[in-house]
Every structure is written in structure tokens, then in C-alpha cells.
Ligand binder design. Structure first.
Ligand SMILES: N[C@@H](CC(=O)c1ccccc1NC=O)C(=O)O
Length: 294
């Protein structure tokens, strides 16, 4: 097995360029198609659900979230917070409501969180923002039947950082029932020397304190009752898949956590999450089942 520590810069950068590993399209086309799919799905969701857009969760201009509200009147209303991907430097909440399409029909509230991507935000800022967004959501929606997280790519990293929060400095302790971590990065050290870090400008110290792989004991303390699904795409690069496998193993080996590793067939880094617009998609079904809504 090759180790990232032994890789030359160009090989490491290829491993951390998800668009180069799709079997469906060229690198440029798969990113264009990804953005289009997210935008179209989000527009559809906005047509189907009632929405509360740009709800502030903090003082900052970028500290806003979008809520997709189901039209059902059930008392059992779970809420999923979605954290978008894009290497902490692309995308926004504005094209991140797509997964609400099948979920609002089933009576699930979906919240798409915005955060300040680089270069405006840095890693510490983004992690602080998404943590505060969770606190704000549970304060506003105290009547929900369960809180869930879903994150893609960099958003899966942020979701894992939320699970690893020491909530003692906050006013509340969120009880997160389940988390879907999709094609994420959990050890930031391998990207330090790559193009990904150019706008982020992380030092080794910043990368270490923001790596979920370093915070597994804290996750065990804070999120012991949370079902965790670590999902990876079949054609994610070997280093991306290793990130999921290693994080899964680290969580699993602490004992007492309910963790599963999902290797999703016929998917790449992008359509593994795009397909959440489809109610029949394997991960949508898993998420609904976890929430007791299948
Ligand atoms: N250089 C990256 C770019 C990338 O990851 C990306 C670009 C635009 C929108 C989303 C992206 N990634 C994942 O959500 C790549 O090779 O895929």
C-alpha cells in the first residue's frame, strides 16, 4: 500500500482531485454537471416545500441557513442539517437544498447551512460557524423529534467536527441521533501540501486541531448515542476511500458506537450525493430508515 507520506506532490494532488476519478465524464464536465444538479434539485425543493431562506444563526453576513419545511402535520418531525461540500472553498447553501425533494414528502425538515468558505473564512471559523448553526437550530426547533446531520466531502468533515464538539462552552448540548458522512476527509494532514490548502492556508497545528481523526475520544464523549454512517463512493480515489475506511475503523475500535461503513456501488464523488434528490436511492432509503420514516 502506498502511503500519502511517500507520495510526490503531483500524485497527492491527483488523489485529492475528486473530479479526476469519475468514470462518467471529464473532470471539467463532472464539476459543471454537479453544480447544475445541485442547483436544479434545490430549485425543485423550493417549489415543493415551504421555505424560510437566509435565517441568521449568528451576527456574520455568511451565518445564515435555509429551512425546507414539510407540509405534513405529523407530530413526529425529524430535522436533518445538511453541510455542503466544495473543499471549504466552493459552493454555498444556495444550491444545497436538493436533498429536501424526497424528505419533505416524508415529513422531515431539512436545513441547509451556510458558512464562510475560504478565502473569507478559515478552517477554525468554518468549524465554529457550523457548530453554532446546530445550537441555533435546536434553540429554534425545540419541538422536533430528532436531530440528524448529513455532510458531503468537506461538509462531511464539518459534520464530523460537529460530532466531536465539547459542548461545555455552549448553552446547550445537542443530542444528535444520526449522522451521514458522505465521501469526507477526516485527516487534514495529507492536503496541507496540496493546491486544496492554497486558499485555506492551514498550518499543521490548524490541520491537527481540525482533524476528526484526532478527536475520536471527544466524539465518543459527545456523540455516544449517535448512529454514524460513513459512506464512500465506489470510484472515489484510493486516498479518499482510505480517509473513510480509517475514520470508520478509528470510530469502530473505540467500542460502544454504532458505526457503519457504506461502500456505495456505481457512484463517484459527485453523484454519491446528487442522487439524494431520488427517494429510491440507497442512501436516501438508509437515511429515512434511520429517522423511522421509510
Ligand atoms: N479540484 C476539485 C474541485 C472540487 O472538489 C469541487 C469543485 C466545485 C464544486 C464542488 C467540488 N467538490 C466537491 O463537492 C476536484 O478535482 O474535484
Amino acid at each position: 500500500m502506498s502511503r500519502w507520506e511517500d507520495m510526490k506532490k503531483d500524485e497527492l494532488e491527483r488523489q485529492f482531485s475528486p473530479s479526476q476519478w469519475s468514470h462518467r465524464m471529464s473532470a471539467d464536465d463532472v464539476i459543471k454537471a454537479h453544480v447544475t444538479a445541485l442547483k436544479e434539485g434545490t430549485e425543485r425543493a423550493r417549489g415543493l416545500a415551504q421555505t424560510l431562506l437566509n435565517v441568521p444563526y449568528g451576527e456574520g453576513e455568511g451565518e445564515k441557513l435555509d429551512v425546507y419545511v414539510p407540509t405534513t402535520t405529523s407530530l413526529d418531525v425529524p430535522l436533518v442539517i445538511y453541510l455542503h461540500g466544495g473543499y471549504w472553498q466552493f459552493l454555498s447553501k444556495d444550491e444545497s437544498g436538493f436533498m429536501a425533494v424526497p424528505l419533505v414528502h416524508k415529513g422531515v425538515v431539512v436545513v441547509a447551512v451556510g458558512y464562510d468558505i475560504a478565502p473569507k473564512g478559515n478552517m477554525d471559523v468554518m468549524v465554529s460557524q457550523v457548530r453554532r448553526s446546530v445550537v441555533s437550530v435546536i434553540q429554534q426547533y425545540s419541538h422536533i423529534s430528532g436531530l440528524y446531520l448529513c455532510g458531503h466531502s468537506a461538509g462531511a468533515h464539518l459534520a464530523a467536527m460537529i460530532l466531536s464538539t465539547d459542548w461545555s462552552q455552549y448553552n446547550v448540548t445537542p443530542q444528535i441521533r444520526g449522522a451521514f458522512l458522505v465521501s469526507g476527509i477526516y485527516d487534514l494532514l495529507p492536503i496541507l501540501s496540496t493546491y486544496v490548502n492554497e486558499p485555506l492556508k492551514m498550518t499543521e497545528e490548524v490541520a491537527l486541531r481540525n482533524s476528526p481523526s484526532q478527536l475520536v475520544p471527544q466524539l465518543k464523549l459527545s456523540s455516544s448515542n449517535c448512529d454514524i454512517v460513513v459512506a464512500m463512493a465506489q470510484t472515489d480515489s484510493p486516498e479518499f476511500r482510505k480517509q473513510s475506511e480509517d475514520y470508520y475503523k478509528a470510530l469502530e475500535s473505540t467500542g460502544g458506537l454504532k458505526v457503519t461503513l457504506e461502500d456505495v456501488p456505481n457512484t463517484d464523488h459527485f453523484n454519491i450525493i446528487e442522487q439524494l434528490v431520488d427517494g429510491d436511492y440507497h442512501l436516501t432509503q438508509l437515511l429515512l430508515k434511520m429517522m423511522g420514516k421509510s
